[in-house]
Ligand binder design. Structure first.
Ligand code: COA
Length: 177
């Protein structure tokens, strides 16, 4: 699958992406804003594992962000379970040389449309660390609303941080079942 946007493309991960993926993902400025499950350092073996997990899926949850077919970042959703099954968490990152060019705003908007069109999801949410103003701006520009601040919810790299919870609802969400 492929989604063409004005500044980049979204597509499935595939073998051949290892070097560009590792090159952009192996950055402490990226990792500082993400969960510790995102490896740091991010090795070529981490890239191979990620690509192996996410390739060949006809309806992928994790997409590569590409420019000239090089991976410059990633975006994904994780559909929740049990009573939260109609919710998906969204997560994303971009290689530092590409920050502040409007790329993630158009990527998040496209991922929201893709999710509502292809998954049984009526609410997409994201948790943002309290220093990450750029990510909050991205979500606001993409139509998300700040619903809550979870005080002192995050422990990252020796610091305790608030988490800002943003969400967007599918239009007509209460009528979709
Ligand atoms: C957060 C991140 C995804 C943003 O992507 P991006 O492509 O640079 O975002 P955009 O260019 O679409 O928008 C960034 C916005 O934040 C603003 N911004 C950036 N740094 C800012 C700061 N320190 N203070 C205030 N605004 C800031 C930009 O001006 C822009 O807003 P504008 O269009 O109103 O001017 C990217 O920086 C990143 O990958 N960071 C590391 C990983 C991460 O934080 N992931 C998200 C976890 S919730």
């Amino acid at each position: 699958m492929m989604i063409s946007l004005s500044k980049c493309r979204l597509r499935s991960f595939r073998f051949g992406d290892e070097i560009s993926l590792q090159g952009h993902a192996d950055n402490i400025s990226v990792w500082m804003n993400l969960r510790n499950s995102f490896p740091h350092p991010f090795t070529v073996n981490d890239a191979i594992s990620w690509i192996s997990l996410n390739r060949n899926n006809p309806k992928p949850c994790n997409l590569a962000i590409t420019v000239n077919d090089d991976v410059i970042g990633g975006i994904g959703i994780s559909q929740q379970t049990d009573i939260y099954q109609l919710n998906a968490e969204i997560g994303y990152w971009l290689g530092e040389p590409y920050w502040n060019k409007g790329i993630m705003t158009e990527v998040v908007m496209a991922m929201v449309d893709y999710t509502f069109a292809n998954f049984n999801v009526i609410r997409i949410y994201a948790g943002v660390f309290d220093h990450n103003i750029a990510s909050m701006r991205v979500l606001e520009k993409a139509g998300f609303h700040r619903e809550a601040i979870h005080r002192k919810a995050i422990y990252k790299y020796g610091e305790i941080l608030d988490e800002h919870l943003y969400a967007i609802l599918k239009p007509g969400a209460d009528k979709t079942l």
